[in-house]
Design a protein around this ligand. Sequence first.
Ligand SMILES: Cc1cc2nc3c(=O)[nH]c(=O)nc-3n(C[C@H](O)[C@H](O)[C@H](O)COP(=O)(O)OP(=O)(O)OC[C@H]3O[C@@H](n4cnc5c(N)ncnc54)[C@H](O)[C@@H]3O)c2cc1C
Length: 338
Amino acid sequence: MTLENDYNLKKLNTFGIEARCKTFFEYSTDEELFDFIRLHKNDSDFKFFVLGGGSNVLFTKDFDGTIIHPATKGRKIVYETADNIFVEAQAGEIWDEFVEWCIENKAYGLENLSYIPGTVGASAVQNIGAYGAEARQFIHRVKFLHLDSGDIQYMSNEACCFGYRESIFKHLLKGKAIILSVVYKLSKHPSINRSYADVEKYLTDNKITNPSPADIRSAIIDIRRKKLPEVSETGSAGSFFKNPVVDAETFKALQGKFPEIKYFTAGANFKLAAGWLIDQCGLKGFQHKGAAVHKNQALILINAGNATGNDVVELSKIVQDKVFEKFGVKLEPEAIII
Ligand SMILES: Cc1cc2nc3c(=O)[nH]c(=O)nc-3n(C[C@H](O)[C@H](O)[C@H](O)COP(=O)(O)OP(=O)(O)OC[C@H]3O[C@@H](n4cnc5c(N)ncnc54)[C@H](O)[C@@H]3O)c2cc1C
């Protein structure tokens, strides 16, 4: 357990932004968390934020409260049926280490979500997704501490209200729940998801005709390493904006004007590729103060060197304005701005 005042958060956010918090509390067992919360639950001015790996947050100022950082570790198989393996991981587990462990233990499904930075706890908050898969397809149950009642509660997949990078933990339970662990329902039978063009191309180029789940994991890691900035080298929060979803009428009008527009279908709606929209505005590599649009991936805003959180926010506004001017589409940040 660590409890420190005036703590530097630079190493705890992948943007690498300088920010401090009034108090920093890191815990390695759930009991340490329960004791801490019990102690502070009646403080009327107790303000906190749960920070996992800090890979989807942007600090624009010092945090005038307590940063609660789960460092709980542990993963285990909790239940098996003829076809499925239910695995539980503690919130502080590193997501990608968990994915690797699942594949090693012949529990399949998470391969396409390999190499996403962050923790297991946040995977349920964010409903992380990549390469044709989303966490919600596999989350069975989320265990959390409900701060109003002080009880440990369990939330089924359906009750989590998952959406595109959305869950109940970002809405109804925002600031009220600390996720303790997540149970994933995985398959004993490999089911290869090569639906994404990049994955299919990789397999073809590398002459992998009958890929195993481990092959898919290696392919995804390779693709991501080539495409995305490594957090150890370039500060970012991955995709800064969500891909905007528009209705069929808006989409038809846009496609009429921009026949090359990149999109995915999303039920009756259309999800536009935000990176393509930004790229069409000529913004790849564009720099504003210490922040820049990544030179290869327009959807990623980076810390180009000593950026402040406000540099990134200002850049994001420039990007939003340009995209709106050209396409009439509003980009919403995916990153959580604090
Ligand atoms: C290079 C890069 C690539 C990325 N690629 C992808 C991608 O392909 N797909 C994708 O979906 N995301 C991607 N991301 C975003 C990020 O990895 C995910 O959002 C990840 O789930 C964040 O995990 P974290 O532990 O860092 O959460 P944080 O950034 O620390 O927190 C995110 C949110 O979760 C909350 N939270 C965290 N832990 C808990 C908990 N235990 N209880 C309650 N609330 C909690 C926080 O309060 C915050 O609201 C990428 C980021 C980077 C930097």
